[in-house]
Design a binder for this molecule. Structure first.
Ligand code: KG4
Ligand code: ZN
Length: 340
């Protein structure tokens, strides 16, 4: 089955073509340059850029996959969660295409896309593995931080989630406090290298062992108060120590909570995904954790499958279609707060 995926939930305009679970093309048009000078995503700018780019991005994805739109069997588009006016651009485009070419359509949960991104195969059909369930998933991006028990593909239980900021959002905000660029996660990763991660003492959020939720706003507030009276020179002198301290406190919290949930639910495998998993240090800390628990760990194969992409949406759409068939195009709408 050939699936066209479309994703515009935030600031990346994305289209991809899959043959079942195998990627034939994966096109991502990033808007980072447009939002950078504002220090965050500006909804109106995102909407306009999506409108300009969505057509060409889809054309490029079909061309790279060597597939004509007529040969597509299914269109999968992100329904939510995400930024309403951004989601609407891809969603309306998908509906128009479905009507014009008489194609089947499914509307997909973005977080499910992130979870399933670890199961995507490249053009050679690799990696070849049959996932073992139940699998405990940690998915961490700029918009969400969730620990999800996957009994199977399509059968999900959210067992922990952030009560306030997402982990990526906390990294983005701390980068802003340090006067670094947007998005903050990759900049913090670069600057933190060689820094002293014990330079600042930051709190241990939600320390109770029976609480599987997460919280990042206290870390951010503590970080803010500890450096708010510092001069620019002082901050510059200790920039890598500050970045390393904050990054480490975010990762410590993620690892500690994930470890607690593993012990509680005793899954047979682990997965981790989402934009923040593009971070090499976090990936290696998760590998260590999986090794200590003697469990296999599935991670997205390529770096650009961690951050937003349409290949993961196409894969989630493929499984959703196999479970419950297509959706009626008329009356179908976006859901900016779509729950998993
Ligand atoms: O999954 P994603 O592209 O979009 C959302 O669904 O939110 O994730 C974006 C988030 C941003 O907060 C960004 O700072 C973070 O992922 N991120 C990183 C890295 N690359 C992206 N965080 C830490 N280290 C990175 N290398
Ligand atoms: Zn995302």
């Amino acid at each position: 089955m050939y699936i066209l995926g479309i994703e515009t939930s935030c600031d990346d305009t994305c289209a991809a073509v899959l043959n079942d679970d195998q990627i034939l093309s994966n096109v991502i048009s990033s808007q980072t340059d447009l939002h950078q000078k504002w220090g965050g995503v500006v909804p109106d700018i995102a909407k306009r850029a999506h409108q300009e780019r969505i057509g060409p991005v889809i054309t490029t994805a079909l061309k790279r996959a060597k597939i004509k739109i007529e040969d597509i069997d299914l269109i999968a588009v992100t329904r939510g969660p995400g930024l309403g006016i951004a989601l609407a651009v891809g969603f309306n485009y998908a509906k128009t295409l479905a009507k014009k070419y008489n194609k089947k359509l499914v509307a997909v949960n973005h977080v499910e896309g992130h979870l399933l991104s670890v199961f995507l195969k490249n053009s050679k059909g690799l990696p070849k593995f049959a996932p073992i369930f139940p699998c405990l998933g940690l998915t961490v991006s700029g918009g969400h931080t969730k620990i999800v028990l996957l009994e199977n593909i399509g059968d999900y239980h959210v067992v922990g989630e952030t009560l306030d900021d997402a982990a990526g959002e906390a990294l983005d905000k701390s980068a802003k406090l340090l006067g670094l660029g947007y998005p903050g996660g990759p900049v913090i990763e670069r600057i933190a290298k060689g820094g002293d991660c014990n330079f600042l003492k930051l709190p241990n959020p939600l320390p109770e062992k029976v609480n599987f939720n997460l919280s990042f706003s206290g870390l951010k507030t503590s970080f803010y108060y500890q450096i708010k009276d510092w001069s620019i020179d002082q901050k510059m002198e200790h920039l890598s120590d500050l970045a390393a301290s904050f990054q480490n406190s975010v990762f410590d919290h993620l690892i500690r909570k994930f470890s607690l949930v593993i012990d509680e639910y005793q899954p047979l495998s682990l997965l981790a995904s989402g934009g923040v998993l593009a971070n090499t240090l976090l990936r290696s800390r998760l590998r260590q954790l999986a090794k200590s628990k003697k469990l296999p760990l599935y991670l997205p194969q390529l770096k650009n499958l961690n951050t937003d992409n349409a290949a993961m949406i196409a894969l989630a759409g493929y499984h959703q279609f196999n479970r419950s068939g297509p959706e009626p195009v008329e009356g179908l709408d976006i859901s900016p707060r779509f729950e998993l």
